[in-house]
Design a protein around this ligand. Structure first.
Ligand code: HEC
Ligand code: HEC
Length: 175
């Protein structure tokens, strides 16, 4: 509990500092169920990056979740869906969510964050060598570069690094 309080006050302090500039943070996932059920194979992605229609589509296709077959009991499934819908890009008040939504056309229903215009826009400058680096499992392996992704922090001040030559890591600004 004490650890939690310390972490919480650190977040509040950070929040105040970030607010002064631009608020690009995503709220960390508050549901333990979402964190554990959706954070096993990849990080539990912040729902603010996709609109409700995308989360519905993804949750309607659990038996064919990319390469995996997912199944949950009905109660768990409803909890997951509720959390994703309540915090989706078109429901959330946070600036970072609005940016993801703004660039998405209303007829588009991506089920990958990495297929959204905003994600592509932010990552198109990364060289191909980064994506073929064995340390990066795939584009959805956010936390390998955004080391604070689980806390909702994706900015280049927030522990952002990219794979460099000979197993080194570089800060992105080094380019
Ligand atoms: C058993 C493992 C597993 C679990 C549990 C799991 N996923 Fe996935 N997820 C995957 C795989 C595999 C991919 C595709 C990775 C790739 O090839 O790009 C993926 C991809 C995704 C993507 C697209 C990432 C991108 O490229 O932008 C989203 C969104 C996603 N999962 C959401 C969820 C949600 C929500 C849950 C919980 C309901 C969940 N996942 C649980 C295995 C899992
Ligand atoms: C291979 C490393 C790498 C991976 C993997 C990666 N990113 Fe990034 N990301 C970057 C870099 C580098 C930037 C900064 C690009 C720039 O501003 O020039 C960035 C920028 C961003 C930004 C914009 C931050 C801001 O405030 O401007 C967001 C949001 C973001 N990434 C989310 C994600 C998400 C979500 C994932 C996983 C689905 C992901 N990234 C996967 C390297 C990565």
């Amino acid at each position: 509990m004490l650890r939690f309080l310390i972490a919480a006050s650190a977040i509040v302090t950070l929040a105040a500092a970030a607010q002064a500039v631009a608020d690009d943070r995503f709220p960390p996932i508050s549901s333990e169920v979402v964190r554990s059920e959706c954070g096993d194979c990849h990080i539990a992605y912040q729902p603010q990056m996709l609109p409700q229609r995308s989360w519905r589509k993804l949750m309607d296709a659990l038996p064919k979740h990319f390469d995996e077959e997912l199944s949950f009991d009905e109660e768990t499934k409803q909890h997951l869906l509720r959390y994703l819908l309540d915090n989706a890009a078109d429901k959330s008040e946070v600036d970072a969510a609005r940016k993801f939504l703004r660039e998405l056309s209303s007829g588009d229903t991506p089920i990958r964050i990495t297929d959204t215009p905003r994600w592509k826009d932010k990552h198109h400058e990364l060289p191909k060598s980064v994506w073929s680096d064995p340390r990066v499992a795939n584009k959805g392996d956010c936390a390998v570069c955004h080391t604070q992704a689980v806390r909702g922090l994706y900015d280049d001040d927030d522990g952002l690094r990219v794979p460099g030559p000979n197993e080194s890591w570089r800060r992105w600004e080094d380019d």
